[in-house]
Design a protein around this ligand. Structure first.
Ligand code: SIN
Length: 276
């Protein structure tokens, strides 16, 4: 357990999530605070900040304190001067929103992002639009031992076409790409050394070592296990809230229970490394 001197950290649940206070993302953030924020992220897997109004430049600069910024391979570039900003938006006409299926961001990349930092500025007026986060450490550790033994050493394919194939029709990006990659089903977190389950409904298509019907059955069993409520926390956004999650140890799902209302946020995503 880390101790904190420059920020306050309040757990949301015993398993996952903590709210951070004592830091202003539109002001100067010293190296010690960055180190403590990073420690809090490693310890709680997703951390939340309230009442933050960083400019786009400050948001990007905050992300860069943790690594290089990722440019999404196929999301629309709504802010052409800021390709690193992913806009998360729904309006009166939206019938679906991004992230409605449990996933970890862009696991189809060969080196998927280590973390994502989403700043929300518009939320639905009557509530709704919460985001669920789940601990993949907990999911791995709570698997029955025979299942852990079965999946140890297995790999799975993650395909952007499963999550984002519909974007090909939109044809709004000249450099549109739909990457696919093969990753271990159980990954080791490169910093904490803990093992985490690493398959998700959004991107994973097939376990390499199994015939398709068996792969489908095992993946469905793992997805249902991953979605156990006790592995989760639920975050209620307010304008000015920020969530920073560790993609190597979590999955998340955006709830779309506010059809007909607006919700708007901007995300920066920090590059990661090849899962092992
Ligand atoms: C995402 O980054 O997957 C979207 C999360 C959200 O809209 O809450």
């Amino acid at each position: 357990m880390s101790t904190y001197q420059t920020i306050e950290v309040t757990k949301l649940t015993p398993v996952i999530g903590a709210e951070i206070s004592g830091v202003d993302l539109s002001g100067k953030i010293c190296d010690r605070q960055i180190e403590e924020i990073h420690n809090a992220l490693l310890e709680h897997l997703v951390i939340f900040f309230r009442d933050q109004e960083p400019t786009i430049e400050q948001h990007k600069a905050f992300g860069r304190r943790f690594g290089e910024l990722h440019v999404h391979p196929n999301a629309p570039q709504d802010l052409p001067d800021h390709p690193e900003i992913l806009v998360v938006a729904a309006d009166e006409n939206s019938r679906h929103v991004a992230g409605e299926v449990w996933h970890t961001d862009v696991s189809s990349d060969a080196e998927p992002p280590m973390g994502s930092i989403l700043h929300m500025s518009i939320v639905p007026p009557d509530g709704g639009g919460d985001t669920m986060f789940a601990s993949m450490y907990e999911a791995y550790e709570r698997l029955a031992e025979p299942v852990r033994q079965m999946i140890e050493g297995m790999t799975a394919f993650h395909d952007s076409a499963k999550a984002h194939g519909y974007r090909m029709k939109q044809n709004d990006r000249a450099d549109m790409a739909l990457p696919s990659s093969e990753h271990p089903i159980v990954r080791t977190h490169p910093v904490t050394g803990r093992k985490a389950l690493y398959v998700n409904r959004g991107f994973t298509t097939r376990i390499r070592q199994l015939p398709a019907p068996d792969s489908d059955a095992v993946l469905e069993m793992l997805y249902r296990h991953i979605e156990t409520p006790e592995f989760q926390c639920r975050f209620r956004w307010r304008p000015g809230s920020i969530a920073f999650w560790d993609n190597r140890a979590t999955q998340h799902r955006a709830l779309f229970d506010y059809q007909g209302e607006r919700r708007y946020g901007q995300r920066v995503t920090v590059c990661g490394d090849r899962p092992f």
